[in-house]
Design a protein around this ligand. Structure first.
Ligand code: HEM
Ligand code: HEM
Length: 182
């Protein structure tokens, strides 16, 4: 069977839904961490709930990715660019799991209950310890910064394919773009 030209519809839906939500989460996170004003009371529960939903979606997305063939990269792409593309995808997946888990564990270690917007209370996943809470709080920030950096690199690579190489890579995640061009 010939390889697909585009990602599976479920992979594309999850990619764009999660792209919007993850970028929003980075800004919500920084916004709530830098204010003690009224907005914090609304942003914190929204951040927790959306973060847990993103964790669940990451699991579905990984399952889709592992069971559906991804379109191959263009054959004329230099080997280092292929390796960089593969490595950045792995890092993005690892961060999509570790950031929400670290967020959840940090609240557990601080003794704070993780209650979602619907009132559902999640179990604690880390022992209570002020030192662990502080370390995980720091790790959550560092991992979020790393995600922001890798996301910028990912965006630059996508634009490089779209505007400079003008190959099929962008359309493999956004087929409507191919239809618009033809
Ligand atoms: C994709 C998922 C997530 C992303 C991208 C994200 C990102 C961020 C960012 C950028 C910050 C601000 C860090 C700083 O300025 O120091 C933050 C803070 C925080 N996040 Fe997350 N987060 C995610 C998931 C979660 C989850 C699932 C939880 C908890 C269940 C959580 C709980 C928190 C808490 C409690 C803070 C600190 C608030 C404060 O002390 O002011 N996050 N997050
Ligand atoms: C608006 C910004 C974004 C654009 C334009 C974009 C574009 C693309 C394109 C064209 C691809 C297919 C080429 C490839 O395999 O690299 C792709 C794949 C991918 N993107 Fe993005 N992306 C964006 C945001 C994000 C964000 C925020 C994340 C996660 C933090 C992300 C994670 C991934 C992953 C993991 C893949 C591999 C395919 C998969 O398993 O879903 N992207 N992206």
């Amino acid at each position: 069977m010939s390889p697909p030209r585009q990602f599976h519809p479920a992979a594309r839906l999850l990619h764009w839904l999660m792209a919007v939500a993850i970028v929003a989460m980075l800004f919500i996170g920084v916004g709530m961490a830098s204010t003690v004003g009224g907005a914090r009371a609304f942003l914190l529960p929204a951040h927790r709930s959306l973060g847990v939903v993103l964790l669940a979606l990451a699991a579905v997305r990984l399952a889709v990715r592992l069971t559906r063939r991804a379109p191959p990269l263009p054959e004329d792409m230099p080997a280092w660019q292929r390796r960089a593309a593969g490595a950045s995808q792995v890092v993005l997946y690892v961060l999509m799991f570790t950031i929400p888990i670290v967020g959840w564990a940090m609240l557990s270690a601080g003794g704070y209950p993780v209650t979602l917007l619907g009132g559902v209370r999640l179990p604690s996943i880390a022992p209570q310890s002020p030192a662990l809470h502080a370390a995980l709080r720091h790790a959550h920030t560092c991992l979020a910064l790393l995600l922001f950096g890798v996301f910028l690199q990912h965006l630059a690579a996508a634009l490089f394919h779209l505007l400079i190489r003008k190959d099929e890579v962008f359309a493999s995640m956004a087929p409507w773009w191919r239809r618009r061009r033809s």
